[in-house]
Design a protein around this ligand. Structure first.
Ligand code: DQA
Length: 146
């Protein structure tokens, strides 16, 4: 089963960006580890990152049409993009929302997510392990015979 791991703005700078908040793993390393985890779990994991909202919306439409489960870190869009929320609402397979940092310990504007009410579940604050836990949950719960 194919699973899309979709990362939003500024996550391409993981490893460089505020390492005290987001850790030292780069996006390329995160993508490799997601793919390896996918192989272990029998999933075909594709990891993408964009700083462009329209591109992310296109990927969500693709997932909706193909029935792919999604692991989404919408980054800042999480907190304000109704367009991303409306694209997520069209998904036909489960979505797990992931945030590397514990957004609830941070600024008030990070406490609200437009995505969470549509997600199967939300993993926050466990660093990049959140992605691997999300993939494990999808492998155990979201297998569909397509
Ligand atoms: C983030 C948290 C967001 O508030 C922030 O805008 C990000 C990353 C996280 O993974 O912790 O870019 O989604």
């Amino acid at each position: 089963m194919k699973v899309l791991v979709l990362n939003g703005p500024n996550l391409g700078r993981l490893g460089l960006r505020e390492p005290e908040v987001y850790g030292s793993t780069t996006h390329a390393q995160l993508a490799d580890r997601c793919r390896v985890t996918g192989v272990e779990l029998g999933l075909d994991v594709e990891v993408r990152q964009t700083d462009h909202e329209g591109e992310m919306i296109g990927w969500l439409h693709e997932a909706a049409d193909a029935g792919h489960p999604v692991v989404l870190n919408g980054a800042a869009w999480t907190h304000y993009s109704i367009a991303i929320r409306d694209a997520v609402a069209q998904l036909t397979a489960p979505l797990v929302e992931v945030h590397i940092s514990n957004v609830h310990k941070r600024e008030d504007f990070r406490h609200h997510s437009y995505i969470s009410a549509l997600a199967a579940g939300v993993i926050v604050g466990l660093g990049i392990d959140g992605y691997f836990l999300a993939l494990r949950w999808i492998a155990d719960n979201a297998i569909r015979s397509a």
